[in-house]
Design a protein around this ligand. Structure first.
Ligand code: FE
Length: 358
């Protein structure tokens, strides 16, 4: 059994222990690792909100190359609260999370530490990492428009700003305005159009919604397929996940019913976001944590990310999945994600101010 399979198998029991007794995850291992650390433990403890199906091949490849064992705990939710509660005793050396919002929230809570790495600086464009090394992008996704092939004419919608135009009444679907993806999108609009422009946009978009915000990104494309709305907002990789979905083949029809539009190609470019990694302040295996992030930003890992999850590699020059390549090249908003992250608090308040979800 691989190292990874072993650590995953133990996750459920460890989580159960936490629920019952409040014992810290992998309590025995954590003690071992602290004790062994002085002599250079060949392991690293990872909290990941990225799913096991994606991380398994990446972590196995890392262990095969370096001999460093990765103890991964998968957390769909609650990572921030967990790290806060564990404080300096947290066994976590690094985290993996999606969206600049989640990474930024960990940073704002003082849970991360700066990392200096020439490898990371070289592999990851500056736009996609924290200027002082508090977090690093590992994959890129664009937040794009999914437009009905039947009901949206070519060229009719080309910008995020078009979603808020008067002619779009009742035609737009989007998930909760408070979801991290949409807060980041709105923050990018604050950066581009200013707070007044962003306020007008959020109000205009709300006025054009076909229904109250609900469901996830894929549910919006389903609603387009079902005729509830004509255009939806979603992340790029969902197109790949729907178009190739053998478990739920109905999703292929949702994908077939839409064209994808990369917004704002004639001006600032499409809003892009990342999944990324960061070293925790509590890290006891810091060198191994950095080594893992460096590995994940390298060619071999970037290729696995691209192949398995329909995301864009963060490292320039790594091949795209053929399906992703078929969507064509696009211009990405050049705004630094660290700058967009600074506007997230205002964006979140703005969503409340315009009662976006009600
Ligand atoms: Fe997602």
């Amino acid at each position: 059994m691989s190292t990874y399979a072993r650590s995953v198998k133990t996750i459920s029991t460890k989580l159960a222990v936490i629920a019952l007794g409040g014992l810290v995850w992998s309590g025995a291992n954590a003690v071992q690792s602290t004790a062994a650390n002085a002599s250079g433990a060949k392991e690293v403890n990872l909290y990941s909100s990225r799913q096991p199906f994606l991380m398994k091949p990446l972590l196995s490849a890392f262990t095969a190359e370096t001999g460093v064992k990765v103890n991964m705990v998968y957390m769909k939710k609650g990572m921030l609260e967990r790290l806060k509660a564990e404080g300096r005793n947290s066994p976590a050396d690094l985290i993996l999370a999606t969206d600049i919002g989640n990474l930024h929230n960990h940073d704002a809570a003082g849970l991360l530490q700066p990392v200096m790495s020439a490898v990371l600086d070289s592999n990851i464009p500056a736009q996609y990492r924290h200027p002082k090394g508090h977090w690093f992008g590992l994959t890129v996704r664009a937040r794009i428009l999914y437009a009905s092939k039947a009901r949206v004419k070519a060229g009719e919608i080309t910008r995020y700003e078009d979603l808020a135009a008067p002619g779009m009444k009742g035609r737009v679907c989007i998930r909760s305005g408070k979801h991290v993806y949409n807060i980041s999108l709105l923050a990018s609009i604050i950066v581009a159009d200013g707070i007044d422009g962003a306020t007008a946009w959020a109000k205009g978009l709300k006025a054009n919604l076909a229904r109250k915000p609900q469901g996830n990104d894929r549910a919006q494309v389903k609603a387009v397929y079902q005729g509830e709305c004509d255009v939806a907002v979603g992340n790029t990789y969902y197109m790949g996940k729907m178009a190739t979905n053998e478990k739920d083949p109905g999703q292929k029809k949702w994908a077939q019913s839409v064209n994808i539009i990369f917004p704002n190609q004639a001006d600032r470019g499409a809003h892009v976001n990342i999944s990324g990694a960061a070293v925790t302040k509590s890290a006891k295996n810091k060198a191994n944590a950095i080594r893992l992030i460096e590995y994940l930003s390298g060619d071999a890992a970037q290729k696995i990310y691209a192949e398995r999850n329909f995301e864009y590699p963060v490292k320039p020059g790594v091949a795209l999945h053929p399906l992703v390549a078929s969507w064509g090249t696009f211009k990405a908003d050049k705004a630094y994600l660290a700058e967009i992250a600074q506007e997230r608090t205002r964006a979140s308040k703005l969503m409340d101010q315009v009662s976006f979800n009600n």
